[in-house]
Design a binder for this molecule. Sequence first.
Ligand code: NAD
Length: 348
Amino acid sequence: MERNTSKKRWGFALVGTGVIAPYHLKALSSIDECRVVTVCDTDSHKARSFAEEHGLAWTDNLQTILDDPQVDVVDVTVPSGLHAGIGIAAALAGKHVMVEKPIDISLDKADRLIRTCRDTGVILGVISQNRFLDSMQTLYRTVESGALGTLLQGDAAIKWHRTQAYYDSGAWRGTRELDGGGAFMNQGIHFIDLLLSIMGPVKWLQARCKTAAHRIEVEDIGMVLLEFESGAYGVIQASTAFFPGLPARLEIHGTRGSARIEGERLAFLHVEGEDSRQDPGGAAGGASDPKAIEATPFEKQYRDFIAAIEEKRDPIVSGTVARKPLQLILAIYESSRLQKPVELAKFS
Ligand SMILES: NC(=O)c1ccc[n+]([C@@H]2O[C@H](COP(=O)([O-])OP(=O)(O)OC[C@H]3O[C@@H](n4cnc5c(N)ncnc54)[C@H](O)[C@@H]3O)[C@@H](O)[C@H]2O)c1
């Protein structure tokens, strides 16, 4: 297909050339209005081999990227506890910022990033690519049309498996300092964000989590009972210890219908008075292999992000939106630590 040459092409720098970086590169390479200018990694061997494989420039020095006038957007794909620091440096250099999930691992750092981007007038986006799956788009439309009736319960079950070798593959994985948490903060956050995007804010929750099957500092199993502000109930289960790992589930129940997302597909949708429907096929969405994820939703999220820059508006997953699952997950940890219910309004 011919490239559209009349529009501006936004120059991107990828900071972090690990597991998720190729998905970002692939998504950005599919969009006419984007071009990846350069990559950066503090591990110069990784930066160099990634750059050489894809015919890109590279550096191991963030400042080089911040000084580069060809770079309009800094795309942060480093360990989770480093997102805000790099995002803030980029915003202060006048670059738009996209960071991987979670926005960061503390509300204080997330708030500083959000504030700095607002004050410097740059756009901040946070990856939550599953929102852009066709299955989720169908579910959003169905819920917005009121077809499910009054929503009574929303559940998320992320019963995945990660090997000890996965945790050992990076010194940051499974640490409090840089992963910030385990099955909820790193893996479950995807479906927790989807749950909140449909059910709205949470009023209170009660949770238990523990480390059951790995040599890590953070939880690999946990359960949560909660009530949304709407009055609907919810249950969240998250694990990385369940061999062999099942596709994650999001289940929404209303007075007139129910829906289930399983992995990346709409596995069940039944509305009163209509035939039930199911989408065939679809991937398991990282249930046992962290690399078995669909690339297309990243591209769709980037298209929204570019439109947000051009229209000077917030992207669908802005910093403020991405703060919500982080807040919920930190409240889950607090409830588990205190062995008590936690009111979300008192937790910010
Ligand atoms: N959206 C998704 O589906 C998805 C999937 C996997 C990972 N992630 C997120 O992406 C982030 C990275 O995860 P990963 O699995 O790619 O990790 P990784 O360890 O494979 O890669 C991280 C890279 O960042 C580099 N790095 C560390 N500190 C740096 C710094 N200060 N400056 C530049 N580079 C630095 C490391 O050398 C490494 O190459 C995490 O926040 C994770 O939660 C998202």
